[in-house]
Write a protein that binds this ligand. Structure first.
Ligand code: NAD
Length: 553
């Protein structure tokens, strides 16, 4: 039975043993589609996260997708083009059930203005990374990534601990909302600025944010007290980061760590310029896009100016994947790229071994299934300190949203081993239902994004989009249930290409075969991508795990 969803009462959380589709593979994908709206930011408008990332093009498309998933046979494949179903074709039972291409615009045309025009005509929608591919699991999806960044900084700069350290950030949206909890889990005192009071209250309501301060003075006093006591805490502040950051700098306060996760990638639908109310911004989105773009960029210039000032005074400052440096540079901040990107600065050695954000969702809707898999992970990866530390922290601190889910950074072979073990638990009736496996698009072989994932690659291959395309073709040949190729929409147009994958573990032998091939080949491609770029970690991984890399020359 579906469960009530306190956050969005019109979008109940799917679950239970009753199938509406003709098999668990189709039902699983249907539940994931429902889930991205359950945990999304604005489900009435199909918006999942990142300003514009949508689950489907429009409600008519959504209804048609649901109908197709319910009626399709296991040997058919549904084709989705930018959130609209366009074909249901005869393939075979080992082919993907769903293949999709979201928001891919030909190079010279891939610009925000062209995207907005195509969107206005109803021809396209942005799938985000995990929104249009029905893989978003709420703020938890990025939380381990954010936590690991903070811990890498702790090791690099603060003798391994963030106790008594002050993190300043902004953005409490679909993904940014993970920051207060990640910061608190890392032991820091974290201040999160968001212009929208509703977003701050939402994060507080679901247990990701502890307090919302009435004003900046109170917020800084709360941070100060926590820093002195070396107490972990998360404080929200309603305000514009383009005003708050410069004001903190003006007062001579230097946080230990500074970043930002506002939707700076989109100057129209994401970032809110200083001095403008939310209602005014919303009205300009329709008929004042040029004005809004200019105003957002001018604010980002001030916002990044303050970040650079903090950096100059010794703070650890990084870009958390929202294109804010790029926007600032376009606005004339020539040294915006003095701020490093998180991937290159902290996580590349993990990505080079294809260790990245793997995730699983209990399609039964039962939290007990995730608890059972947590135990399994602790048992299977007892020697892996990153994983065991994370699972213990996560089960203690992360509240479930929507379908119960878990994320853990696992690598080549590890993902397959876990998924096969879970598939056996499903077969043995030890779980209440099947489990879907997926990962973020920000994964080793799955994303080309020269200002985020692939910035400053060792061999200069930053902008080559062949890898995610190869990944998608490989996954389709490797029996994945859903394969998606995405490019950027809105302000991300022209900046990225990525690939997503989902496989449903329904306890059958056929599922075991799909999991084995799809998950193994996905990370193999990731390792090969980094080996090809000359990363030693990847070459070691190839030798250690016998990955089929063809070395040329
Ligand atoms: P979102 O649209 O759901 O939320 C953005 C938030 O920023 C909103 O709450 C909005 O009120 C706030 N905001 C906008 N302008 C502001 C301003 N000037 N001052 C203060 N607050 C402001 O977006 P999201 O899903 O949270 O994603 C945020 C950004 O992070 C996006 O650019 C997204 O692409 C990026 N992202 C990065 C990663 C990663 O791996 N690091 C992952 C996912 C998303």
């Amino acid at each position: 039975m579906p469960k009530p969803n306190p956050r969005h009462p019109n979008f109940p959380i799917p679950g239970g043993p009753v199938l509406r589709a003709k098999g668990w593979r189709q039902e699983g994908l249907l539940r994931l589609l429902e889930n991205v709206l359950c945990v999304g930011e604005d489900p009435d408008n199909l918006v999942v996260y990142a300003a514009l990332g949508k689950a489907a093009r429009n409600w008519a498309s959504h209804r048609a997708i649901v109908k197709a998933l319910c009626e399709m046979e296991e040997d058919q494949t549904l084709l989705v083009q930018s959130g609209k179903p366009v074909g249901l074709l005869q393939t075979h039972a080992k082919a993907p059930l769903v293949i999709m291409a979201n928001c891919n615009i030909v190079g010279q045309w891939a610009k925000a203005e062209v995207f907005y025009e195509l969107q206005r005509k109803g021809l396209i929608c942005w799938g985000g990374l995990t929104a249009g591919a029905w893989q978003y699991i709420g703020s938890q999806g990025v939380i381990q990534g954010t936590y690991e960044i903070f811990m890498r900084i702790a090791e690099k700069r603060f003798s391994g601990s963030l106790a008594g350290r002050f993190i300043l950030t902004a953005g409490l949206g679909g993904m940014g909302g993970a920051q207060p909890l990640a910061g608190r889990m890392a032991g820091a005192a974290i201040l999160c600025v968001d212009i929208d009071a509703e977003r701050a209250e939402k994060r507080k309501g679901i247990g990701y944010l502890e307090h919302v301060a009435p004003d900046l003075d109170a917020a800084l006093a709360m941070i100060d007290a926590a820093v002195k006591d070396k107490r972990a805490t998360s404080i929200g502040l309603v305000g514009n980061a383009a005003e708050v950051y410069p004001e903190i700098a003006r007062r001579g306060i230097v946080p230990d760590i500074v970043t930002d996760q506002t939707s700076a990638h989109d100057l129209v639908y994401g970032y809110v310029p200083k001095g403008m109310g939310l209602a005014e911004v919303k009205s300009l989105r329709e008929d004042g896009q040029g004005q809004l773009m200019a105003a957002s960029r001018a604010s980002i210039v001030e916002h990044v100016g303050a970040m650079l000032e903090f950096q100059k005074k010794g703070a650890e400052v990084f870009d958390n994947g929202n294109l804010i440096r790029t926007q600032a540079r376009e606005g004339g901040v020539a040294n915006a790229f003095d701020i490093p990107i998180f991937t290159e600065a902290y996580l590349r050695p993990l990505f080079a071994r294809a260790i990245g954000p793997f995730r699983w969702m209990a399609l039964s809707g039962e939290e007990g299934d995730i608890a059972r898999i947590d135990d399994l992970v602790l048992d299977m990866f007892a020697e892996n300190r990153i994983v065991t530390n994370w699972i213990r922290l996560a089960r203690e601190n992360i509240p479930f949203e929507g379908l119960p889910a878990r994320i853990a950074w696992l690598g080549h072979g590890e993902r397959t081993a876990l998924a096969l073990a879970v598939n056996r638990l499903v077969a043995a009736g030890e779980l209440n239902g099947p489990v879907a496996f997926s990962r973020d698009h920000l994964d080793a072989g799955a994303m080309a994004h020269p200002n985020i994932m692939t910035e400053r690659m060792k061999d200069g291959s930053d902008a080559i989009a062949d890898w995610p395309l190869l990944d998608a073709m490989l996954l389709s040949s490797s029996m994945a249930d859903l394969v998606a190729v995405h490019s950027g929409g809105g302000g991300y147009a022209g900046y990225m290409t990525s690939c997503g994958v989902t496989v449903v573990a329904d306890g059958t032998e056929a599922a075991a075969e799909r999991l084995e091939h799809a998950l193994t080949n996905d990370t193999a491609l990731g390792v090969i991508r980094y080996a090809d770029a000359g990363y030693e970690e990847a070459l070691d991984e190839i030798a250690a795990k016998g990955i089929g890399h063809v070395a040329v020359g």
